[in-house]
Design a protein around this ligand. Sequence first.
Ligand code: C2E
Ligand code: CA
Ligand code: CA
Ligand code: CA
Length: 278
Amino acid sequence: AKQQGGNKMQFYSTEMNEQVLYQLELESYLRRALEKDEFHLCYQPLVDLATGEIYGSEALIRWQHPKLGLVSPGEFIPLAEETGLIHDIGKWVLKRACQENKKWQDMGYGHLTISVNVSANQFQQISFIDEVKEALNETGLAPQYLTLELTEGVMLRNISHSIIVMKELQKLGVKVSIDDFGTGYSSLSYLKDLPINTLKIDRTFINNLKVNTSDIAIVKAIITMGHGLSVKVVAEGVETNEQIALLKELECHYAQGYYINKPLKSDDFEKGLRQLKI
Ligand code: C2E
Ligand code: CA
Ligand code: CA
Ligand code: CA
């Protein structure tokens, strides 16, 4: 048994080494991904539930590596945060997203908005506001068509600094959305003090949404609160027609999810613009 235990240890530490090696390899590849032009953005439509029309999209980063294949942002964004690479990647995302949205507006879809995810280290950076201004200036996108998605975790990392930055964004005319709403541990009291335009209900509440469940009570409460605070409410992760129907009934403003569309490559999003209607 002792011998076996020893072997087991050996086995685990080999596995751990592999894990460490993979992380190191990933990091060295990630350092060169921008210069090698390995990133692209996918766009997932956001639909107005009252009209069924697309009013915008969320930009979601993709990393296509020649050897590793498609690496998910869930895997490399945390690494980008740890290594500081998030600054350059975040700047690239912001600029590319504004650029592509402006292109669609110029094609005749002038109402389209773009939502961009912002990570904690990016948001806390002193230069963040300047980077947002720069992306808007360089692409010509009007500020009201840009929404920045922040999680509660991002905001609450340094609440006093976050308030200053959010007020600056509001002055600029850029919109702010609280992402993954309902999963944080924060008190609700900050909602009335912060300049927030949208609450995005986390998909874990939407995924199992059915009548007579506790999830519906939570979703209903968030939507009611949104109406009371005059902020728009988005439901993300909508996967069934039943969920759409319930959300409409609850007067949720916007929806996003696989039932409507998966995140699409830029070209496919563009092709779909005319047809996409629920
Ligand atoms: P998120 O901001 O909560 O984005 C929503 C995620 O849910 C996306 O995963 C999207 O593909 C997925 N999703 C959309 N509809 C459905 C659905 O109906 N069902 C299910 N099960 N999932 C759905 P993705 O693209 O893998 O992104 C994961 C996370 O990575 C994002 O979560 C966001 O936190 C982060 N991320 C993505 N792009 C960026 C970026 O450009 N910058 C930063 N900082 N983070 C990003
Ligand atoms: Ca998001
Ligand atoms: Ca989310
Ligand atoms: Ca998330």
